[in-house]
Design a protein around this ligand. Structure first.
Ligand SMILES: [Mg+2]
Length: 322
């Protein structure tokens, strides 16, 4: 199969056709028409086999996740996703793999109305790189530098399940078959909090997506905002499966495990009422885990108020990052 055949067969016919795509796949470059009064929000992320996903991972899950991690970054900016580009490096044009990959990729693209508008393919070790584009009304993007002392800190969904699944895969914390099945999607098919990100524009002072562990990512917000935070470890939202493993696994997968793709955001007290009004529209639970303070750095305390330090911050990989 030539590269052209491959593109034609798998990527030219796709489920989303947006009015703002003037020229899509098939020319030298795409021509796109952003709406008036909106700013373009652009991000890119890649998945490398053996580093970000295990070789035996379902190709449909790989397709889903490659787009999901980018949509999660757009969500963290409060953006509405619109278009994406795909750079695919494959060891060989494997039709069976591509078919499943595209099924996972385009199912998520359809769910969010995002259109593939171009890309490239090359031969080499399996590597999926996506660049995603979205919009925000002028000046309304959520940033990392807006947190102020007194703001409450919230996270969406639940933390740590993805890290537990990864530990299971690495053999460091085995899960039973039913426990693994209950949470495996949290690593393999994370849910980008796109709708929640857009709602946050109304009341959040800062936001970030939790990709490298809450402690590390909240740390980026604190640094950008020039503030500190008090985080209460025992308030972290955990799934029932994680709760059942808490005694053995401890709190660190939820604090520092990574791959959660939840949103962490701050809400000033003056927006509490607005936040309460809009919270029912969230598609997931939202939990207050602490407060922004003026002092520098992140202080984590347990339920009794004693200082707690996670064993490690940053996320696990299948192989060590260079
Ligand atoms: Mg991010």
């Amino acid at each position: 199969m030539t590269e052209f055949d491959l593109i034609q067969r798998f990527f030219a016919a796709q489920p989303v056709a947006r009015d703002d795509v003037v020229v899509g796949i098939g020319d030298d470059a795409a021509v796109l028409a952003p709406p008036a009064g909106q700013q373009l929000v652009v991000t890119t992320d890649n998945l490398v086999e053996g580093v970000h996903f295990a070789p035996e991972t379902d190709p449909a899950a790989v397709g889903h996740k490659a787009l999901a991690v980018n949509l999660s970054d757009l969500a963290a900016m409060g953006a509405e996703p619109a278009w994406f580009l795909l750079n695919l490096t494959l060891p060989r044009p494997d039709a069976a793999w591509l078919e499943k990959f595209c099924a996972g990729l385009f199912a998520l693209a359809s769910a969010h109305g995002v259109q593939l508008v171009g890309g490239n393919t090359a031969r080499g070790p399996l590597n999926i790189s996506i660049e995603a584009h979205g919009f925000v009304p002028e000046g309304e993007a959520l940033r990392r530098d807006g947190a102020r002392p007194g703001d409450s800190i919230y996270v969406t969904g639940e933390l740590g399940d993805a890290a537990l699944v990864l530990r299971h895969r690495l053999g460091t914390h085995p899960l039973s078959g039913s426990d693994f099945d209950a949470i495996r999607e949290r690593l393999e098919r994370p849910t980008p909090r796109v709708r929640e990100g857009r709602l946050l524009r109304r009341f959040a002072s800062s936001a970030i997506d939790v990709s490298d562990g809450l402690a590390a990512d909240l740390g980026h917000v604190l640094e950008a905002s020039g503030v500190g935070a008090l985080l209460v470890r025992d308030r972290l939202p955990l799934s029932p499966t994680y709760r059942a493993h808490l005694a053995e696994a401890g709190w660190d997968p939820a604090l520092a495990g990574g791959d959660d793709y939840e949103l962490c955001f701050t809400v000033p007290a003056r927006h509490d009422a607005e936040f309460t009004r809009w919270q029912p529209k969230f598609g997931c639970r939202v939990t207050c885990v602490g407060e922004i303070v003026s002092g520098p750095g992140l202080q984590i305390v347990d339920a009794a108020g004693n200082r707690y330090e996670p064993q490690r911050s940053g996320h696990d990989h299948f192989v060590a990052s260079p």
